[in-house]
Structures are given as C-alpha cells and as structure tokens.
Design a protein around this ligand. Sequence first.
Ligand code: FEO
Length: 166
Amino acid sequence: MKMISDEMNGGLNEQITSEFHAAHTYLAMACKLDSMGLGMLSKWFRHHASEERAHGMKIVDYIGEVGGTVALDTIPKPTGDYAGIEAIVQAALDHELEVTRQINALVGLAEEQKDYATRGFLQWFVDEQIEEVATVGEVLNLVKMAEGRNLLQVEARVAKMLAPTH
Ligand code: FEO
C-alpha cells in the first residue's frame, strides 16, 4: 500500500538525485585533489562521496518501505574546473547548504501534509546536515588559514579527522 503522496514521493526522488549528484561531485573533487598531490584531502572527499551515496540509498529504501515508486533521474555532470583548493572546499560547502535547504523543504512538505512517518524519517537528514555543514566548514577554515602555504599541515589535520575515534 502506498503510504506517501505523489508530491512527497516526487520530492524524495529529487532528493535521491541530489544526493547522488553530491557523491559524483565529491568524487570528481577527490580526483582533482589527488592530481594536486593532496592525498588526505582527496581521501576525505572520497569518503564523503561514499556517504552521499549511502544517503541516496537510504531514501531509495524508505520509498520502498512506504510503497512509493523510485524514479532515478540523470545525474548532472560534475564541474571539473576549480581555481584551487579553497574553491573546491567552498563549492562543497555551498553544495551542503543547498542540500540543507532541500531537506528543510521536504520537512516542510511532510509537516504540511501531516505525513509524520516521512517527517520522522527526515529527522536523520536534518541532524546529518548539521554535522556535514560543520565538518566541511572546518575543512574550509583549515584551507583558508593555510593560505596556500601550509598545505601539509592541512593534510595532517584532515588525516586526524579521518582516523577512527575508537
Ligand atoms: Fe547528503 Fe551531504 O548531503
């Protein structure tokens, strides 16, 4: 039985595309950083790309659970021409802020429709966006502080962020 509206279903499908677009974009950024010799930053972006793919899959699973229809769309081509490291991380932060707006819009729609199941499901994404915006912001600050000089320090700090905490 279908437990979500067509509009909600459509919004969730758009979000799947947005998450996969983020995964695609972050992988392109990882490759660019790797070619610049910044292995740790590249690894961090690669890790982030996997997380975005997992976000998309989480929505795929949810739509299935509530009897909706998954409709995958074209994933836009990632931009490959960034002016430098700061431009890459800034673009990632802008992307996260855009995703946050999209998630908030879905939350608004769920509330408007009294779709409390989807509202509950989306809370995980609301929390995740707080963490992601904070983390990407932290990396951007590190890159800005390095001012193109102390990139090895940035690499060391990012390596620490990637290290398991347990
Ligand atoms: Fe899944 Fe970083 O938004």
